[in-house]
Design a protein around this ligand. Structure first.
Ligand code: SF4
Length: 168
């Protein structure tokens, strides 16, 4: 499987029905709908994916993993667990610094227009960075009205509000 097909599988396994539409996938991965449709057709031919038409509106199709597709996801997640096992060996401070660095890189890529969809706290209109300087939970989420520690920063929050062309 190609890296993008692997990403599709992991995405489809962990997102809601509404988020499993081809149009949503195209938006999420910054691809055209035609490109996603081609990849989906190839995966359907392999018996890994199904396209389910909405009963209310036949123009809307949602992607579902077949039993073979689910078995494949279990194998892919196994690889992810092996990676997580290795990452666990590093001290929390090191992981926190690396996580924030990677978030900043992703935010800058979004700002430069290289990637489109990012649902991280640091690109969210509700996020107030360093609202409580020096505190254990220095940041604040205005939506939930709760402080946030560095280790609690979200990378895929469904309540994220885009903040256009601006990174906190
Ligand atoms: S809404 Fe979600 S992404 Fe935005 S600041 Fe709150 S927790 Fe973070």
């Amino acid at each position: 499987m190609s890296p993008i097909q692997i990403q599709f599988f992991l995405y489809l396994n962990s997102h809601t029905k509404r988020q499993r539409r081809i149009s949503h996938l195209a938006e999420e991965f910054g691809l055209t709908q035609a490109t996603v449709s081609d990849a989906v057709k190839a995966l359907m031919k392999k018996g890994l994916l199904l396209k389910m038409r909405s009963q209310e509106d036949g123009r809307i199709a949602t992607l579902e993993l077949t039993p073979s597709g689910r078995r494949l996801v279990v194998r892919l997640l196994g690889w992810q667990s092996a990676l997580q096992e290795q990452i666990k060996k590093f001290p929390p401070e090191t992981k926190e610094v690396v996580m924030i660095f990677l978030m900043e890189v992703i935010a800058q890529l979004q700002k430069a227009g290289i990637i489109s969809i990012v649902r991280m706290c640091i690109t969210c209109g509700f996020f107030r960075r360093d609202a409580y300087p020096g505190a254990e939970r220095p940041h604040h989420c205005e939506l939930t009205d709760r402080p946030i520690a560095n280790s609690e920063l979200r990378i895929d929050c469904h309540r994220h509000k885009p903040k256009l062309n601006e990174v906190e």
